[in-house]
Design a protein around this ligand. Sequence first.
Ligand code: 3HC
Ligand code: NAI
Length: 698
Amino acid sequence: MPDKTSYEIVDGIAVITIDNPPVNAMSTAVRKDCWAALDKLAADSSAQAAVLICAGRTFIAGADITEFDKPIEDPWLPALVEKFEASDKLIVAAIHGTALGGGLETAMGCHYRCAVPAARVGLPEVNLGLIPGATGTQRLPRLAGVRKALDMMISGRPVSAADALEAGIVEKIIDGDLRSGAITYARALLDGGAPIKRVSQLEVAADGIDDEFFSEYAKGMARKTRGFFAPAQIVKSVEAAINESYEDAVKTERRLFDECKASTHSRSQRHLFFAEREVSKIPDVPRTTPVRDIKSVAVIGAGTMGGGITMNFVNAGIPVTVLEVDEAGLARGMGSIRKNYSVAVDKGRMTEAQLEQAMGMITPVTDYAGVAGADLVIEAVFENMDIKKDVFAKLDETCKQGAILASNTSSLDLDEIAAVTSRPQDVIGMHFFAPANIMKLLEIVRGRETAADVIATALAVAKKIRKTGVLVGVCFGFVGNRMFFPYIREAQLMMLEGIPPERVDQVAFDWGMAMGPHAVMDLSGLDVFYKLNNEWRDRPDDPVYCRMINVLSEMGRLGQKTGAGTYRYEGRKAVPDPEVMDIARREAQALGVQQIEVSDEEIVERLLFSMINEGARVLEEGIAIRPGDIDVIFVNGYGMPRYRGGPMKYADMTGLDKVYAAISKYRDRYGDLWWTPTPLLERLAGEGRTFQDWSENR
Ligand code: 3HC
Ligand code: NAI
């Protein structure tokens, strides 16, 4: 009997069970086994019908993504789906967990579908830069209608079993045991003379789908899908479902799928799929490491970050004690948390009662005795070493043994902070990103002495509060900010060189960034960068470095919050300000910076390659474990588009020789201070290798 499926007859029904842990991905082996099982079904006179079901935690979660970079072996998934459909014996798919991508496509090749109430079904290929490529773009519109099918495929979001039932994607919900329920359902269909329903033969319901529909739909999704390749391909494929015969439309789907699969977008997005799962694998912290129980949290400092951090835990059902310097600080902090929740109430995402319940989970205190019993304490006071040391000394005195003491510092030396305590093994960095209740990224900073179980607990906590935790080492700015500084540095220098900020921002935006560097600085506050730059103790002495941040901050132009920064603001609208370029010209003259013309390509190179060069250094120093970890940081915390794959994947795809050549060119122009190619980059470029290859074969 083949390995990945089993075949058993129950009451005249063949039960074909796929068992390919962990998520029953449709690997070559599974496809082969299913093919053989279908041949057996056809020849088996004791089977009148069949149930397709999966062992383990889920129905088929899709094609096996690890096989996408290899030549596809027969049988192809589309052919297998057609073989399910062509069966002369009725087949019922029995769904639990998630039927995703090729999993739902296989289920749609079956003649009927039943699911447990907790099941979810979807076509999330778009998240991998793909379109459904095993007839999904043709079958889902036939079952659920064009608009619903498009909405599911463009968002990539699975729907609940109840929603799927209503939409016609599944025909029955099974309460209780799925296997026996599905067998009974198949038997009832047989006994009731139900026809073999072949989805490909159904008409696509085209009511309300006129000539304009698809162009209007494409326009409607434009803002959310900006820059991505796959969404428009999905729309084209569904359009084919209306305008072409099923056979031709399937060929169109294949062509559009192949174009997506070969694109840099899909390669980037597939890379991120695995990178985001790999970040939790820490070489010297095995998965079996015990984690500490986190039932209560304390947050020190209820400012911008403290408030958002508090909300994360409350939203996950964990009570939080908030400590501030005085009652006024507490009132301010609690007021902003309440205000944030009120916005959710106004938008209908939360009820008044839920708001009050959430606020009831927060205990405001001004005395350290109030945080003594917390399992995890997160400090979010001002970014100042002396204040942080003072706070940690107090925490060391008062907190119970075994409590984890975390700092939200965005740049400071965690080891220096840990050294003021008698328990540096319990000290860790938990660097949230603003707004802390929304941004997915959590940089977890490992100090010299941080214990393995503290690291494992921080990673588990990240998961619990639905963040992507990435472990990094101690250095100024850790990974994210350290690599972001060169990007900002170049944007700043270009201003002195006479290149208007709005042009640099536009080029960065067109490359795919959520916002250009100047707009980001105005949003965060120029004073934040000003202070950070001053905290950077071993910053090279360069009067040109981020000069405009200093000048504008000292003028009180701090960004959006003061109505003017690099731009002027009319409400929230940024307006280019000629006065800023006048100041830049004067500063450039005083500093001897030449006015130059640059191409858009140069703008991209200087912003991105400066960052990548620093990334190579971060890898070389072991501050990030893998290049993929850096990529995860940038797409989750810095608005880099997923279709670029993150800075290191982008470098790999551009070719490290090209990156190296460009960096060398800028070194020749600007000197060694900022543009010396990192030895790792130089070596890999010379060897024709990638960061990924280096990481896997060190
Ligand atoms: N192929 C290969 N491996 C997969 C996989 C897939 N489709 N889906 C998940 N895995 C692996 C993960 O990499 C992970 O491996 P690891 O343990 O070594 O890190 C393991 O399975 C468990 O995955 P998760 O950690 O994500 O487990 P969760 O329980 O959190 O989530 C899930 C389960 C919801 C199924 C989630 O894994 C998921 O969303 N998977 C991807 C689904 C998907 O995108 N399907 C479409 C694939 S493309 C396709 O089908 C093309 C077709 O149209 C032709
Ligand atoms: P903030 O100024 O908004 O809030 C700091 C709060 O700490 C204030 O409410 C202040 O009253 C309180 N505080 C100061 N000293 C205290 C003490 N000794 N005990 C108790 N409370 C005290 O600052 P913000 O922006 O929230 O930053 C906090 C920390 O988070 C800093 O380390 C910062 O670097 C970091 N961070 C900030 C980000 C941002 O975008 N604002 C992003 C990521 C990290």
